[in-house]
Ligand binder design. Sequence first.
Ligand code: SF4
Ligand code: SF4
Length: 395
Amino acid sequence: MSKPFDLLSDDDLSTCVHCGLCLDACPTFRVTGLETESPRGRLYLMTQWKRGTLAFEEEQVRHIDLCLGCRTCEAVCPSGVPYGRIIEAGRAEVERLRRPSPKRILSKVALRQLLAHPTRLRAAGAAARAAQALRLTSVVRSGRQLPKLRPQFHRPVGDVAAAIGPRKHRVAFLVGCVMPILYPQSHQAAVKLLQLAGCEVWFPPGERCCGALFAHNGDLDTAERLRDANTSTYLAGNFEALVVDSAGCGAHLKDFYPELEGKVKDITEWLAEIGLPEPKKEVKLRVTYQDACHLAHAQRIRKPPRDLIRSLPGVELIEMRHPEICCGAAGLYSTLEPQMSNRILQEKLDDLSATRADVVVSANPGCQMQLEAGLRSRGSKMTVEHITELLASAY
Ligand code: SF4
Ligand code: SF4
């Protein structure tokens, strides 16, 4: 079996010129002030490992574990260091060599046994919802708190939702693994918006988890297996765009699915491109927008969501300080690294409170969950919505 570091060329690693411009953008450097918790420090470590000039030591793994994979460093780097690819390979190499902790073994098994199996995942979601209804909350709360679960999102009969009005486009829609369970209302709103914009929406049958969480946690083998299965499912269909309303999944599909190149679109990117009809209602809200890292930094999409929010009559968009800095969610990070995640979250909550907004909007389920839990812990009245919910409320 090839080693994950073999996926990287020496050029990938040698592009870092050590300028340090990424340091202040890195959430873990911002809260620790340590070079070892900065992009430059991590790149140095991984470069030495790859070149064999530094022996692999368990203590050093901490610096890789504490990286959120938010890719803010990649977005600000003037030298074009492909940090996302480097950390993905670095994590896989670490998983190959380390002595895993019980927590990491458990999370790996849970990912493989649940996320990769939609039926099991839906059954677990139904059980968690029943536990919430019976107020057995301690059973379903671990690490990050689950949101209040609603009835799960289901595909329409025949796997197609018709356009409202004349059909102008045919798109595929990524249902994904956790979103239909944790945030069905975001999917429902997304589909409604697509229909209103004249899209016939196709839900590829047999689609599985896109594999993003596996790749981000160093399990490239499972990520590749899921990619190969999904690619044949998608390629059997006929569509203009594969629309995604989860930033983490969209970024992974764009980076990791070469056969879909150019077809994957974040919902905000797609709606800004094709246009929505005139809103029907005023939405009288003060809104602030949290850039999801995998939308802003991995996909470089920052303007379309803001343009869409501003297009709603009655909405006042208030920018928070540092909307582009991670909230500390980062997939499984808040469960695996709760202390660092919480330190980063506290800074975000201060910035959110300062806006005095009614609602904070984001485009990723992980950010929603993290912000909801943080705001709840502070007793804040600010609510959290997916951007599709806010947009759909104007129709
Ligand atoms: S990663 Fe980019 S921004 Fe950071 S030190 Fe290296 S060259 Fe500079
Ligand atoms: S991905 Fe995020 S946490 Fe990791 S080094 Fe880059 S900026 Fe820092």
